[in-house]
Design a binder for this molecule. Structure first.
Ligand code: SF4
Ligand code: SF4
Length: 390
């Protein structure tokens, strides 16, 4: 296993994300199949992975419970746990009381202290090794800097008490928003977690974000390195280009080797769902072989063919609130496939199951504003329904 550092701590370059764990009925983000997931954690630990990432809302709140239970059989000083404060899904109701919004709507009101202590309890730990503000973006910025709520001062206090060892943030905001935030809190945060892969380098302007973060002297943690699995399944023509160079390598391995070539990346999180993915990814980071400049050039060409894709990462933030119970990320994947001429013959409105029928979208807008990729979901549904009815 390859290791890199944040603030002098040796971290496995491959980190275990706990947002896409195996589930009992196979539906992403639902009840975790604990037996399968535990087997993956055991394999990860045995093969040198020491960084485990979770968050308040993953798997409806079960991810924190699971990972705390899964890791506790191993000595506390042999693994690092990261969780996140869900400020992007809260609103200030006054006097420090926070109401939950979006996917967390309906939970009882709490406070910054209440949420943080709940997380410690759920994870069965006395302290978090790494703790992040979850999803800094243009909408959550005001909450995170709100002096009356006082999230950052509270976390600094917890750091002084030893309940947080290292502070960072995850961000889906623009490079400008990240820059503004890091400038305001210069010297406080040690790392930033961003969506980074060879497609988003251009598509989501990740290069500018990487440059801003490293200019502030901070390390980068990668999320969505394989873009929610999309970069593991390339169009045939693009895959052929990669196979011509390395016949035995998967598309996922190419994506991960591209990330290994970035020197300021300290951890590449992979939200693995199957044991086989775990085994393959561990192998990729054990036989460390960053992409060469020539290989990076080939991936750049592959990325250029995909810049018109709707950039869904299948995070499923949007699905819980959809009154029509549409399988939004799967519909968008089908839209991309049809647009790219991969699936037109196989997809028609008459044949598709209800949850996959974009014409059932009522344009209610419940999904609007939730998507970290800023996808105009109702517009896509309308366009796709129009394309299919033609
Ligand atoms: S706008 Fe359409 S896709 Fe979005 S939540 Fe409403 S019905 Fe579902
Ligand atoms: S549309 Fe947006 S919120 Fe929904 S799964 Fe895709 S990336 Fe996530």
């Amino acid at each position: 296993m390859e290791y890199r550092q944040i603030s002098g701590i040796q971290l496995s370059l491959l980190g275990m994300g706990n947002m896409r764990l195996p589930t009992i009925d196979g539906t992403p983000q639902t009840a975790i199949d604990r037996e399968k997931a535990q087997a993956m954690i055991d394999y990860a630990y045995a093969h040198g992975i020491n960084y485990y990432d979770t968050a308040y809302r993953y798997h409806g709140g079960e991810s924190e419970l699971f990972i705390g239970e899964a890791l506790k059989k191993y000595p506390r000083d042999t693994w690092y746990l990261a969780s996140k404060f869900p400020g992007h899904m809260t609103e200030h109701k006054g006097n420090g009381v926070l109401g939950f919004t979006s996917m967390l709507a309906g939970r009882p009101d709490s406070t910054v202290d209440g949420i943080f202590n709940e997380q410690l309890r759920k994870c069965q730990v006395d302290y978090f090794d790494f703790y992040l503000l979850h999803n800094l973006n243009e909408k959550s910025y005001d909450m995170y800097v709100d002096e009356e709520v006082g999230i950052v001062p509270y976390l600094l206090q917890k750091k002084a008490e030893g309940k947080i060892r290292h502070l960072g943030l995850s961000a889906h905001g623009t490079a400008e928003t990240i820059d503004k935030f890091l400038t305001k809190y210069e010297g406080i945060f040690e790392f930033v977690q961003i969506q980074l892969n060879y497609l988003d380098w251009k598509l989501q302007n990740a290069k500018a974000k990487y440059d801003v973060i490293t200019r502030h002297g901070l390390k980068v943690i990668v999320m969505e390195g394989i873009r929610g699995g999309r970069l593991a399944n390339l169009p045939e023509a693009e895959m052929a280009k990669l196979k011509a160079l390395r016949p035995d390598d998967s598309a996922a391995k190419w994506a991960l080797r591209w990330l290994q070539a970035l020197p300021e990346v300290s951890v590449v999180l992979s939200g693995m769902t199957t044991y086989d993915q775990m085994v393959e990814n561990v192998d990729t980071f054990t036989h460390y072989e960053p992409a060469t400049p020539e290989e990076q050039q080939v991936l750049d060409e592959v990325a250029n063919t995909m810049l018109a894709w709707v950039p869904c990462t299948a995070c499923r933030y949007c699905t819980e609130g959809c009154p029509m119970e549409l399988e939004i990320p799967r519909i968008i994947a089908a839209y991309n496939a049809v647009k790219n001429g991969e699936a037109s013959a196989k997809y028609s409105l008459e044949d598709c199951e209800e949850a996959m029928d974009p014409s059932r979208c009522i344009g209610c807008g419940s999904c609007a504003g939730i998507c970290p990729q800023n996808i105009a979901i109702p517009d896509i549904m309308e366009q796709f329904a129009g394309m299919l009815s033609e």
